[in-house]
Ligand binder design. Sequence first.
Ligand code: ATP
Ligand code: MG
Length: 383
Amino acid sequence: MKPERAPLRPGATLGVLGGGQLGRMFVQAAQTLGYTCLVLDPDASSPAGWVAHHHLACDYLDPQGLSELAARADAVTTEFENVPAAALQTLAASRTVAPAAAAVAICQDRAAEKAHFQRAGVPCAPHALITDAASLAGVADTLLPGILKTARMGYDGKGQARVTTRAELATAWARLGQVPCVLEQLLPLQAELSVIVARGADGQLVHFVPQRNLHRDGILAVTWAPAWGVSEALLDEAQQRARTLAAAMDYVGVLCVEFFVADGQLLANEMAPRPHNSGHHTIDACDVSQFELQVRALAGLPLSPPRQHSPAVMLNLLGELWQDGEPDWAGVLALPGVHLHLYGKTEPRAGRKMGHLTVTAATAADAEATARLAAQRLGLAPW
Ligand code: ATP
Ligand code: MG
């Protein structure tokens, strides 16, 4: 355990790199605790920029922007993993930064991430790194069919290709620009889980119960918390593995670990060094949310172990929902336990995360029934 640092007082300024919806919900949680917020994002009308006290509209590596952020913020976090680790490094010279650049660097590179899983003794999918013609030719037959993923900058299934043959693999790698990639064996998924943990600078570690996730076209569509249809033993293992992965990189902040369940085994998929879409229900269903824990970890406040007080189902609201105009919010808000979150984005492009809806209820069965009704009223595909 490290010596504790004095918590930041209310009124102190928390900076966040990135102005998306995760930054917005961080800002809202920080403001509830009395902090002033400063968002750095190049987009002049970003979801977090709109709600923060201050917005610096500049590039993440703009030296002047970074020095202004360092001058005005007492501590800085990030809301997405593709923020250049170099920006965090620069800020860390004069300010508290959490998570640290080194941890973000691991999470933003699938090769480094897989190496971290192996170092920490956490099983993951069979895979190979492809960096040149020789590593492409040397791929084991057992990895096909597989999924080729760019090592960096992927999200929501972008930068990925499913391949069955060696010829398809070569074509897909060329199409991805022959950048460093990871080829993973295509697994017969029984379920997908994620676990969110928060760790303080003093080593205190807390976790949310695992949630079950349904992805469509590589994008999260539905989250159930708590997870269903997976043994208690595997859920316990997921919690333990997530905690191990955070501690093994001396992580400070909120970390999400995504897992696959395949052939009865738990395999780590990837980590996000920030709150996660699959943890949005924690705002409405838990006594402390993933965003509040991000604020507490950054501000040096105690982390309270979260307690989920209501079962929840979360539905993502993607841009296509707006194709015939504004969805019927009144129709879903007429249902009990529906919490609507819209991110203030004005252009509803297909696949773009515009908002989410969390249904809470006294029982998981009730939450499920209401979520299905809400999906039906909105015209979301049933599951
Ligand atoms: P995110 O938005 O979570 O950052 P991503 O683009 O980084 O997504 P992954 O999580 O690697 O991508 O993959 C997206 C989805 O594709 C997974 O949630 C899973 O449904 C499917 N998938 C990925 N890898 C595999 C695999 N090896 N076998 C089977 N399905 C997979
Ligand atoms: Mg993922």
